[in-house]
Design a protein around this ligand. Structure first.
Ligand code: XMP
Length: 512
């Protein structure tokens, strides 16, 4: 294992991504718990991340001294370099030499980090983001690369195998950065590429068997990738001991519940209970137009229905959840202030506090795209794995204002046609998420010789990496015209279509 000590950089997770892409397992821990984590994990190498603090300030974070005393390789990135220098006897100067964005690195000397990558005397693009800079090296170090703003842009102490860089090799704007991190873990730390999904699958199956024993497991299957992959993995480990419950809240997309049931029952022979609770959900939501109240109602009912079904089964010992690594990583907080709730997210996260069950979370160590690879490994079709995200509260938050069965039906049809057109145009995989929204607004139109007075449908499509920020998708107008015409012609109840050109921020992806 490689231990990554997080000093609060926005991009620490990317370091972990790159290390895992190099086939080496790693874990991120905040600097506050690095000491304890070091003993627990006994890493073969350590990476110190960037961060917003300045080593020149009193009380700024440091790496535990044992990291440097253990005889293992250490790589410092940005703040990580500065703290290495501050801790081992060099000097760091605050302030004036800020360097942000693209920069060019001049390779001054050969270095194990640059092996097969950058030769002495060459120049390479890297990404910088720092205010402070190193001004004197600790004993044993030499400069191996410089940049205009950083005379110590890369430094090495080959004997102790300590390396540090001022730039960020983990971001894509450092084109060779991934290879540089691979050099660190492979050549310098001598670690093999043995973190593969096949190996993970075997390890996870064994771990689930050890944990669950002969206990009973239940799982809320939503049809999303995470809960599906978690269920399949547990099914592989303990077979019949697992029961999945799919709560159909009547807010799913067209044919969705049936498709999910068909796949898991028929293809995987998994014990799956489909609960049609649509009357209950829609009944409770009728007349409610406040977005937060809708979300809360759906979350509450979901837990109620799930608990009732679990009780019918005679309870269970374990609750399976598709928790991912980004949810597990403790974030480093310097400000500590509470953040504002934009939306109360609904997923099965609220279940465990209420139910007296132990958790099985076989995806806790994985990133989203690793879950996709694992899903493929478990035989899930590409079309399923590559599906756009779908929110827990479903179509209810895509019908601003009050919902009704009729409105949901109209929206389901429009959404299906829109997605069909996207697939036909070969755009599905280029878009991060696309869906239709049914507005609570009626407008006048003319169809044939008659007047119409029907709803407006808004189309949304965004590109994003993680859903935190998003840009609206730039369709060509031909496409939009085609989709709009089909929706208006084929869906009764819609006579006008508009396209949402709002990015996030200031908009959110969903309308509620
Ligand atoms: P927003 O609308 O907040 O959405 O920009 C970001 C991403 O999250 C999805 N989303 C949810 N997912 N439960 C979920 O599991 C929810 O309550 C929820 N609300 C929004 C949304 O579809 C987008 O992908």
């Amino acid at each position: 294992t490689v231990l990554i000590i997080d000093f609060g950089s926005q991009v620490t997770q990317l370091i972990a991504r790159r290390v895992r892409e190099a086939g080496v397992y790693c874990e991120i821990v905040p600097f506050q718990s690095a000491d304890e984590a070091f003993d627990r994990i006994a890493p073969k190498a350590v990476i110190l991340s960037g961060g917003p603090a300045s080593t020149t300030e009193i009380g700024s974070p440091r790496a535990p001294q044992k990291v440097f005393d253990a005889g293992i390789p250490v790589l410092g990135i940005c703040y990580g370099e500065q703290t290495i220098c501050a801790q081992l006897g060099g000097a760091v100067e605050a302030g004036h030499h800020r360097e942000f964005g693209r920069a060019f690195l001049d390779i001054q000397d050969d270095c194990a980090l640059f092996e097969g990558l950058w030769a002495k005397g060459t120049r390479h693009q890297v990404w910088m983001s720092h205010g402070d800079r190193v001004t004197a090296l600790p004993d044993g170090f030499r400069v191996v690369a410089t940049s205009t703003g950083a005379p110590y842009a890369a430094i090495a102490d080959d004997k102790r195998r300590f390396y540090a860089v001022q730039f960020h090799p983990e971001v894509v704007h450092t084109p060779d950065g991934a290879k540089l991190l691979a050099n660190f873990v492979h050549h310098i730390a001598g670690m093999k590429s043995d973190w593969t999904m096949r190996a993970y699958r075997e390890h996870a199956v064994q771990a689930i068997r050890d944990q669950v024993g002969s206990g009973k497991v239940i799982c809320a299957l939503s049809g999303g990738v995470d809960s599906s992959v978690a269920a399949l993995l547990i099914h592989e480990a303990v077979g019949e001991q697992l029961t999945c419950i799919l709560v159909d809240h009547g807010l799913m997309r067209k044919n969705e519940a049936a498709d999910v049931v068909a796949m898991f029952r028929e293809h995987y022979n998994l014990h799956l209970i489909l609960v049609d609770a649509s009357d209950r959900f829609i009944g409770a939501l009728e007349g409610e137009s406040d977005p937060e109240k809708k979300r809360k109602t759906i979350g509450r009912l979901f837990i109620e229905v799930f608990e009732e079904e679990a009780a019918k089964l005679g309870g269970a010992d374990f609750l399976a959840q598709g928790t991912l690594y980004p949810d597990v990583i403790e974030s480093v907080s310097f400000t500590g202030g509470p953040s504002v709730t934009i939306k109360s997210h609904h997923n099965v996260g609220g279940l465990p506090e209420r139910m007296n069950m132990k958790l099985v979370e076989p995806l806790r160590e994985l990133f989203k795209d690793e879950v996709r690879v694992l899903g493929k490994e478990l035989g899930l079709p590409d079309s399923f794995i590559g599906r756009h995200p779908f929110p827990g509260p479903g179509l209810a938050i895509r019908c601003p204002g009050g919902i009704s069965r009729e409105k949901l039906e109209i929206l389901r049809e429009a959404d299906a046609i829109y997605l069909d057109e996207i697939r036909k145009a070969g755009l599905y995989d280029a878009i991060w998420q696309a869906f239709a929204v049914l507005l609570p607004v009626q407008t006048v139109g003319v169809m044939g010789d008659g007047r119409t007075y029907e709803f407006v449908c808004a189309l949304r499509a965004v590109t994003s990496v993680d859903g935190m920020t998003a840009d609206f998708y730039h369709y060509d107008m031909e496409f939009l015209g085609r989709a709009a015409t089909r929706i208006i012609n084929e869906v009764r109840g819609i006579n006008r279509v508009v396209y949402d050109v709002t990015s996030k921020p200031p908009g959110t992806i969903e309308w509620e």
